[in-house]
Design a protein around this ligand. Structure first.
Ligand SMILES: Nc1nc2c(c(=O)[nH]1)N[C@H]1C(S)=C(S)[C@@H](COP(=O)(O)OP(=O)(O)OC[C@H]3O[C@@H](n4cnc5c(=O)[nH]c(N)nc54)[C@H](O)[C@@H]3O)O[C@H]1N2
Ligand SMILES: Nc1nc2c(c(=O)[nH]1)N[C@H]1C(S)=C(S)[C@@H](COP(=O)(O)OP(=O)(O)OC[C@H]3O[C@@H](n4cnc5c(=O)[nH]c(N)nc54)[C@H](O)[C@@H]3O)O[C@H]1N2
Ligand SMILES: [Mo]
Length: 711
């Protein structure tokens, strides 16, 4: 989302700078931008499809690869049924225009109910809450950081992440501006993070307890009779039920569980209520935890009852230039769905057409009709990114067929029979379909490919349509209508769709060709990007007709409160594991850039000195962390910045596995925290994985006591 300027010569990037003229990022970039050229130049990046044979991977032609992919999928589905072929979509799809527009084509062609994605290790609770409250899974409120006077953040570290469900390039500047105009930023996080330094105030909060904290804030709002609905007045339902629910959760009742004192909570509530404009924002720490669904709901509800939903300086909704909520032409995203089918083994419900990725391994490993025997991964590395990744690692080795659309031979794709590598990010055009939807300002920008792709190379979308068309031909013959439709799509490509989408969007000319509106041509003429201004109140128009109101007390959330209450008895005796991100990293896949990786070891366990002393752990010592699913050994970093009783380990490491072909990443291999996260530990309301607040045991590495504890 940040505008960048690349200075290039021949096929080489000489310099990467922030684009000062980009109206959104205004010159800001983060280190990930410099990695673009490293990805482009990386000798480990695959330039040709690969087939796994006895002696390792051998390059094959694209035609051979696509034909073989389709034939093997078709054969597998004929033998075992359509659901035997599963798909997993990873995070980089959402930064990839072609994959966003054409991913659905291959998913439809697979006709499988076994669809998974990184959504269920990430923002699923937000989508779940948006679906049940606003009637559309993508109506996600974004904090209007540029105009708010009071920002309360839970479990987010935007100074490392650059935002998240709040695309906000240069977030430090934006947070500093809040304080400069006399406002406040309050952060709740079990670690005093980089973002805590840009906040006016930081409070430790016990992992997994945010729902209790939020209920107490609501309790205070109701107790003080301070409810104000503002712009959503007349649109809401369930206010009385919300009041009745919050009544039980007084600050005194929850304080022992959250670790946030009554005084602190009352003071935060007072300032939230007194602020002219305030916004509450929750992210990974409040989302990928045991009560993620409740947190997302309560954050949105709190914004609503304090008059801050859909108003300037509050929690607002974007009006993106290509509006995938309303897009014509068949590439809009559906409102969402819940419980239309269930996973075979554990019986977990689908959401939005997907099953929780935490069940993927058991669906492969459990024999019986409907067992998953084939998997297509598209831009995903679930071995490092999903709970109990080690189990999934073993499961993948057992598949009859695995195909990966991915530029690397990594922890996941090393199991693939075929790897189909897309273009480098500098060889494809870019328009961010997803993150404009989550941005703190309405803007649009299109970037041309920097370099011409090598002749014959294919990008993600071409692989998607290429396999889909071949599958259709195998099923119905070469002259089938579907085959011809897909062939036409292949020649049209994503840019035509983008152009139609922009024309039909809120700033486009629509069907009126004489009206002067946004087109792809216009964006091409202004590579710095178009600015459509600050977010505007728009919820009334954006609520889907089929819903038409804001539900403050959705039935599934109310029912889930029983689980929350039950958890209050069982205070954790063990350390609670949480995650962290580093500004020079992105999940698992930027670790092959020397420029990003150099410097001291980042795959460490942050421990409070109190916990360290109890286990006899000194600064820098090797420690072992164990959970139900496995153990990892890494060095300890002692710091008061982490709350007592909590240990923090980053994810995306663990590259020392046989067959991984990542030269730099292997030097900084680290260990995978997802060998400790537990596929059985879920936010059962939404099916989202618990990656924060996982019980673990700590011991000095090689300590016999720890070993006996593990058995
Ligand atoms: N413990 C713990 N686990 C976590 C998290 C956490 O905070 N803690 N975070 C979670 C979150 S938020 C997310 S989003 C997930 C991410 O989960 P995943 O998306 O499964 O994992 P990534 O590490 O992002 O891996 C992306 C893969 O895409 C490939 N790739 C990169 N660019 C492209 C491209 O343009 N095309 C194609 N075809 N492939 C590409 C890379 O080589 C890599 O294999 O991890 C989750 N896992
Ligand atoms: N540099 C960089 N940028 C990234 C990424 C990256 O890997 N590197 N990943 C991208 C992706 S895929 C995503 S989804 C976003 C994520 O963006 P963010 O959510 O902003 O980033 P995280 O670092 O995961 O922040 C989660 C915070 O929650 C805290 N936490 C843990 N448990 C709890 C809890 O129970 N309650 C509370 N209140 N806090 C808790 C953790 O200590 C951590 O500081 O970042 C994106 N941007
Ligand atoms: Mo993510």
């Amino acid at each position: 989302m940040c505008g960048i300027t690349l200075e290039v010569h021949a096929n080489k990037v000489l310099a990467t700078r922030g684009d000062e003229r980009d109206p959104f990022s205004q010159g800001h970039i983060c280190p990930k931008a410099t990695a673009l050229s490293d990805l482009h130049d990386d000798p480990d990046r695959l330039r040709q499809p690969m087939r796994r044979e006895r002696g390792g991977f051998t390059p094959i032609s694209w035609d051979e690869a696509l034909n073989e992919a389709a034939e093997r999928i078709h054969g597998l589905q004929q033998r075992h049924g359509n659901d035997a072929m599963a798909a997993y979509l990873g995070n980089p799809n959402i930064h990839n225009m072609g994959a966003m527009l054409f991913g659905p084509v291959i998913l439809r062609a697979l006709r499988s109910k076994n669809r998974f994605s990184a959504t269920s290790v990430d923002q699923l609770p937000h989508m779940f809450a948006a679906y049940h409250m606003f009637g559309h899974q993508l109506l996600l409120p974004v904090p209007d950081v540029d105009r708010t006077d009071f920002l309360l953040m839970l479990g987010a570290n935007p100074l490392a992440s650059n935002g998240s469900l709040m695309s906000a390039p240069g977030i430090r500047r934006r947070l500093d501006a809040i304080r400069a105009r006399g406002g406040e930023v309050v952060l709740m996080d079990p670690r005093r993070t980089e973002s805590a330094r840009s906040a006016s105030e930081h409070h430790f909060i016990r992992p997994g307890s945010d729902a209790l904290f939020l209920l107490s804030l609501l309790h205070v709002v109701f107790a003080r009779d301070a409810v104000k609905l503002g712009n959503v007045q007349g649109l809401t339902r369930g206010l009385d039920e919300l009041r009745a629910v919050a009544k039980d959760f007084s600050p005194a009742f929850t304080a022992v569980h959250t670790g946030v004192s009554v005084v602190a909570l009352e003071s935060i509530a007072s300032r939230l209520l007194a602020a002219r404009r305030a916004a509450v924002y929750g992210r990974m720490g409040a989302s990928t935890q045991r009560f993620g669904g409740l947190c997302a709901w309560l954050v949105y509800a709190l914004n609503a009852v304090t008059g801050n939903l859909d108003r300037e300086g509050g929690a607002m909704f974007t009006q993106p230039a290509l509006d995938s909520l309303k897009a014509a032409g068949g590439f809009g995203v559906g409102r969402g769905s819940h419980g239309r089918w269930r996973s075979r083994v554990r019986g977990l419900p689908e959401f939005g057409g997907e099953l929780p990725v935490a069940v993927l391994a058991e669906e492969i490993l459990t024999a019986g009709t409907g067992q998953i025997r084939g998997l297509l991964t598209m831009a995903g590395n679930p071995v490092l990114s999903t709970p109990n990744g080690a189990q999934l690692d073993r499961a993948l080795a057992k598949l009859d067929l695995m195909i990966s659309v991915d530029p690397y031979i990594n922890e996941t794709t090393r199991h693939a029979h075929l790897i189909l590598p897309p273009l480098s990010p500098l060889e494809r055009p870019h328009y961010d379909l997803a993150l404009h939807l989550l941005a703190v300002r309405n803007t649009a920008k299109f970037s041309e490919p920097t370099f011409t792709p090598p002749a014959g190379a294919l990008d993600d979308w071409q692989v998607h349509v290429g396999i889909a068309r071949r599958l259709a031909a195998l099923r119905n013959g070469r002259l089938d209508k579907e085959v011809l439709r897909l062939r036409a799509l292949e020649t049209t490509g994503p840019e035509r769709m983008l152009d139609v989408g922009l024309r039909m969007g809120p700033y486009g000319s629509g069907a009126n060709l004489l009206r002067d509106g946004l087109t792809l041509k216009k964006l091409r003429e202004n590579p710095h990007g178009e600015d459509f201004g600050a977010l505007q109140p728009c919820l009334r128009e954006r609520l889907p007709d089929a819903h038409g109101y804001v539900e403050l007390a959705p039935a599934p959330m109310i029912a889930d409160l029983e689980r929350l209450r039950a958890s209050m008895g069982e205070e954790a005796q063990t350390l609670q594991l949480v995650g962290r991100r580093h500004v020079r990293s992105n999940n698992s896949w930027l670790h092959n850039s020397e420029r990003l990786m150099k410097g001291r070891d980042r795959c460490t366990a942050l421990l409070n000195p109190v916990d360290a002393a109890r286990a006899g752990v000194a600064q820098g010592a090797q420690v072992t962390l164990r959970s139900r699913t496995g153990e990892i050994t890494l060095s300890a970093e002692l710091t008061d910045d982490i709350m007592p009783g909590v240990v923090s380990v980053p994810h995306g490491f663990g590259h020392a596995r046989d067959g991984v072909q990542l030269r730099v990443a292997s030097e900084y291999a680290g260990v995978s925290v997802n060998d400790l996260t537990d596929e059985l530990l879920l936010d059962t309301l939404t099916g989202n994985a618990v990656l924060n607040g996982v019980p673990v045991e700590l011991s000095l590495a090689g300590d016999a006591k720890g070993e006996s504890a593990a058995s």
